[in-house]
Design a protein around this ligand. Structure first.
Ligand code: TSJ
Length: 658
């Protein structure tokens, strides 16, 4: 047996060991992100099987020993012997780099660009992988292991060929893997992160059941199960849950053109924000791309054509603008296609030119008959009325806006006086601290390194911008001074190229008021300067909560566990100070603990999951109080979720509690 294996082994092992040498190249990082990436690589295969109509259940189980099982009820990875390689399909999948889906043809369906690098990478970075395939009435098993051999680590080696081990009526694939602790900084996958992604996958793959079971803690088994019969339509309903919608049922359709499967769902609410979420092969395309362009163009054209045909627009009237039809829209566009090209700063922008006509085709072919169908009359007239009203407002505010712009240019000048700018002119190095309160602002001014740190103190609470039109925001002093300081403009005029600071650091007190201010600021950035967040410019500064002092020895603690450590360290007879606000620190202390890049801790605010954040921002900052309370009590444990991915949501939530 070992003879048979040695030849192919050598070639294969070179590949897999290369993965070991540079895991980051294949899975991004070796932290929690990379660990989760391992799981998604495997889950993607089951989702593909389901998306192609061969499976309707995908189960993820987290085991006590930190191994993870993914199981589906699909056709099973092919067990036959691969013509050229002379080993089973299963072994090819787990030992050939980039074998994901390349069984000579394209039988693997829609494999995304970022995902699907494959089972072989997971195998290379695992201590072991156990595979069970049920197909044709038989059960097959194979195991792969990594182990130390002398000074070398051998990766993902099959310890025997695929073996028939029994009979069954079931079919499907079950893969259990243990990520290698020599590779990953942590093996503790985050239940909430996984649950969230599975829920998203359930929305994106209508009718497929996703189950998650966490068996890691004795006596504290956790389970989640997601299945949405309405798919994208349910997704839109969920995001509009706490808003006042113009009509009850989302408009939803799908079509296939040139092998591209397009699904669309949208529903209007009485707000003014446009919320368009797009996906390709279940991957969120936060930077948009050709499919979004296609959706917008086609929606505008189809709606305008309808308005003309119905004489809502007379011949002499100008067409309505795209943004008029999208005011208050919540929409999801999801594509499934081959050979995806991602572009953009964060590689989340769809580049394929063929996607645009495919989406345009779907919208034109499906939305047109929907509009003309008399039984949809009520929905359609609500949509049209909203757009007509939006156009009127746009026209009347256009002039006022230009005037306001001119006016604010003048009025802004003295406001900058509040800002203590830095002396350096290199935007890439400069930092802007937005500081709560004049007294903390004063300390920050004195404590800072003025070469690259600018201070903008905020007086009182800024306006809550949720559900405010741009004009209201522009007339608010606090926001005007922020906009002026940043130098980017706002809304449509926003231009990130002119940003004067690389880091924008929010410094607020560690109390409810501070949390509220932080939430308002983040909502403002999220609504009007989203690129600041997506490009990673926005940070939350974390001031210490305690100072433990014994003689000349001073330790700052940033949370309760650090406090107990500090107390343990200094022993009896210490003085404890609890900082209630930034204002209680003198300039030196503020510099030392919160502003000095050497010591401080900052949290970068990111949007991993824009749809989820959108939902939260409206639930938590919007005007319906009922759902907000409900949400907060349901998610009381928010703080304990995946820290980095949820910082924005967490901050927003804390603020809403205030
Ligand atoms: F590859 C893997 F290990 F990552 C993995 C694959 C893990 C899991 C949990 C499931 C799967 C998987 C693969 N589920 N279903 C499939 N299906 C196929 O590989 C398959 C089956 C039949 C045919 C065919 O053309 O008959 C083609 C494919 C790609």
């Amino acid at each position: 047996m070992s003879k048979e294996y040695s030849v192919s082994d050598i070639k294969v092992m070179e590949g897999l060991e290369a993965v070991r040498m540079r895991p980051g190249m294949y899975i991004g990082r070796t932290g929690l992100r990379g660990l989760h990436h391992m799981l998604w690589e495997i889950v993607d295969n089951s989702v593909d099987e389901a998306a192609n109509g061969y499976a309707d259940e995908v189960c993820v189980t987290l085991h006590r020993d930190r191994s993870v099982t993914v199981e589906d009820n699909g056709r099973g990875i092919p067990v036959g012997i691969h013509e050229k390689l002379g080993v089973s399909g299963v072994e090819v999948v787990f030992t050939q780099l980039h074998a994901g889906g390349k069984f000579g043809n394209d039988s693997y369906g829609y494999s995304g660009g970022l995902h699907g690098v494959g089972a072989s990478v997971v195998n290379a970075l695992s201590e072991y992988v156990d595979v069970e395939v049920c197909t044709g009435g038989k059960v097959y098993n194979q195991r792969f292991e990594s182990y130390q051999e002398g000074s070398k680590i051998v990766s993902g080696r099959p310890i025997a060929p695929l073996t028939e081990t029994g009979r069954t009526r079931r079919q499907g694939t079950k893969v259990t893997f243990l990520p290698d602790k020599r590779v990953f900084e942590t093996l503790d996958m985050n239940f909430e992160t996984i649950a969230k992604r599975l829920r998203e996958l359930a929305y994106l793959n209508k009718g497929v059941t996703f189950k998650l079971e966490d068996q890691r803690e004795w006596g504290n088994k956790k389970n989640k199960e997601y299945c949405f019969g309405g798919g994208l339509s349910d997704f839109v309903k969920y995001m509009n849950e706490d808003k006042t919608t113009l009509y009850d049922e989302p408009i939803c359709f799908s079509a296939t053109k040139d092998g591209i499967v397009v699904e669309v769902a949208f529903q209007h609410n009485d707000g003014y924000t446009e919320n368009l979420f797009s996906y390709v092969n279940n991957i969120a395309t936060g930077e948009g791309g050709t499919h979004e362009t296609g959706f917008k163009a086609a929606l505008t054209k189809v709606m305008n054509d309808y308005c003309r045909k119905m004489q809502i627009l007379k011949d002499k009237d100008p067409s309505l603008a795209g943004e008029d039809f999208r005011e208050g829209i919540t929409a999801v566009v999801s594509l499934k296609m081959r050979s995806v090209q991602f572009e953009g700063q964060t590689k989340t922008k769809l580049g394929n030119t063929e996607a645009r006509p495919a989406v345009e085709y779907a919208v034109t072919e499906k939305l047109t008959p929907f509009l003309e169908d008399l039984k949809n009359g009520e929905t359609v007239s609500k949509m049209v009325d909203k757009a007509v009203k939006a156009a009127k407002v746009r026209e009347t505010t256009r002039k006022a806006k230009t005037m306001a712009r001119e006016k604010s240019k003048l009025e802004n000048a003295p406001l900058v006086g509040k800002l203590s700018s830095c002396t350096g002119r290199n935007a890439a190095l400069n930092e802007l601290f937005i500081v709560e309160g004049d007294s903390a602002g004063g300390s920050a001014k004195q404590g800072r390194d003025r070469r690259f740190q600018a201070i903008l103190p905020l007086r009182g609470k800024p306006l809550n911008v949720e559900k405010k039109r741009l004009e209201a925001v522009l007339s608010n002093d606090e926001f005007r001074s922020i906009i002026t300081a940043l130098g980017t403009g706002i809304g449509e005029d926003f231009n990130i190229e002119t940003l004067k600071y690389n880091k924008i650091i929010i410094l607020s007190d560690a109390d409810q008021d501070g949390a509220h201010i932080r939430a308002i600021l983040l909502t403002f950035f999220y609504r009007y300067m989203r690129e600041l967040i997506t490009n990673g410019h926005v940070y939350i500064g974390l001031p210490p909560l305690y100072k433990v002092q014994k003689g000349s020895k001073v330790i700052y603690a940033y949370d309760d566990s650090e406090l107990s450590q500090a107390i343990e360290k200094v022993g009896n007879g210490y003085a404890l100070q609890r900082y209630k606000g930034l204002g209680e620190m003198n300039p030196e202390q503020l510099w030392e603990t919160t502003m000095n890049p050497e010591n401080r801790s900052l949290v970068c605010v990111g949007i991993e999951d824009a749809a989820e954040v959108e939902h939260l921002v409206t639930v938590l900052m919007g005007d319906k109080v009922g759902p907000r309370k409900e949400y907060i009590s349901e998610h009381a444990n928010f703080n304990k979720t995946d820290a980095f991915e949820n910082k924005l949501k967490q901050a927003v939530k804390e603020g809403a509690e205030a």
